[in-house]
Ligand binder design. Structure first.
Ligand SMILES: Cc1cc2nc3c(=O)[nH]c(=O)nc-3n(C[C@H](O)[C@H](O)[C@H](O)COP(=O)(O)OP(=O)(O)OC[C@H]3O[C@@H](n4cnc5c(N)ncnc54)[C@H](O)[C@@H]3O)c2cc1C
Length: 329
């Protein structure tokens, strides 16, 4: 019988990503009710040192797959290693962060192990003994609650920042189980030759607590500096609409929306963004939305908690100055 709650551990630059910690806490809450073990799946090369963090955040067991071929994420290597492990151990649930990597991996693994995938969830709960997944639909205008009663494991990707990570318990241990990896060079269709990192002191977009985002209303790439100034005062990440990206004002990695990143920060400040369905699909689960737009009829005001009707080139610098004063006092 399928048993065990699994969390795929995403990490970068020697640090476990926040979404993994959030999922471990969610896994622990479910385990209280089901009596199952919570296991973290740690894949990579030379990453065993991260097992202690996973234990402190709630993993009872860490499946460690340490292999040269897992040094960099590739769809082929990770999806094969993960599906082999699922078929051997038969967990009942597998949660993966709804990140760029997680979305890619989860779909491929679900197909390989022939199970269902609840994608882009904002909640996982147990109700009447059944796992229920909450998913936003129609760009966040409604939510569905879905169950997958037949297939195992049930797989789900969960948005970063929607669940809360519990405080770590220092010194909490976990059993580390080394996983044999059966990968041949012929299994891999891509080889990563080089990873070029963008250097930024700002938080990563999908993990940021505050995002200051700009759209076509920014009028040009040179004007993003007023958003960056506000972002730096608030410790925020900078985002963009696709219109700004397509205009070549800002790289695609900053795009929020259906074909960009999905974000759920505590505060999303939308500047010169009209609020198209495609943009809302990526940010409507933000806890507080502030819109700055000179058109009082703009759709963004329908989802905004606070709206400022005005010219962003006047409002944003004022906001930056006021925030500076507030934070200094
Ligand atoms: C398949 C597909 C996928 C897509 N995926 C995405 C996606 O992932 N993300 C995304 O964002 N879009 C996406 N889009 C595009 C989407 O449909 C919209 O075209 C886009 O979101 C519009 O961007 P915008 O709001 O910046 O621009 P606009 O709709 O042009 O809005 C600009 C806004 O700026 C305001 N403005 C102008 N000047 C000022 C000023 N000085 N002060 C204040 N306000 C001002 C205007 O009133 C207006 O409301 C997708 C489209 C398709 C077809």
């Amino acid at each position: 019988m399928a048993k065990g709650i699994w969390i795929f551990a995403e990490h970068r630059d020697g640090k476990i990503k926040k979404v993994t910690l959030e999922l471990l806490s969610a896994g622990r809450k479910l385990a209280k009710e089901t009596g199952e073990e919570v296991s973290a799946l740690l894949f990579g090369k030379g990453v065993s040192g991260l097992a202690s963090t996973l234990a402190e955040y709630g993993a009872d067991k860490v499946y460690l797959a340490d292999d040269d071929m897992l040094a960099q994420y590739t769809t082929d290597a990770y999806s094969k290693a993960l599906s082999d492990l699922i078929m051997e151990k038969e967990p009942s649930l597998l949660l993966i962060g709804c990140t760029v990597l997680g979305r890619d991996l989860a779909a491929r693994v679900a197909q390989k192990v022939k199970t269902c995938l609840m994608s882009d969830c904002t909640g996982v709960e147990l109700s009447g003994g059944q796992l229920v997944f909450v998913r936003p639909v129609y760009a966040g205008k409604a939510f569905v609650k879905a169950v997958c009663p037949e297939l195992k494991p049930v797989m789900a990707t969960v948005r970063p920042n929607v669940l809360i990570a519990d405080e770590p318990r220092a010194g909490r241990g976990a059993e580390v189980v080394n996983v044999a990896v059966y990968l041949e060079k012929t299994d891999l269709r891509q080889v990563i030759k080089e990873v070029v990192m963008q250097i930024s002191t700002r938080p990563e977009l999908t993990e940021a607590n505050i995002i200051v985002s700009g759209g076509r209303g920014m009028k040009g790439p040179e004007n993003y500096k007023i958003l960056e100034e506000l972002a730096d005062v608030l410790g925020a990440a900078v985002g963009a609409s696709r219109a700004a990206v397509d205009s070549g004002w800002i790289p695609q990695s900053f795009q929020v929306g259906q074909t960009g990143k999905t974000v759920s920060p505590a505060l999303y400040i939308a500047c010169g963004i009209s609020g198209s369905t495609m943009h809302l699909a990526g940010m409507s689960s933000s806890k507080c939305i502030v819109a700055i737009n000179k058109d009082p009829e703009a759709d963004i005001f329908k989802v905004a908690d606070y709206g400022i009707v005005g010219d962003l080139f006047e409002v944003v610098p004022l906001l930056t100055e006021e925030c500076k004063k507030l934070l200094a006092s």
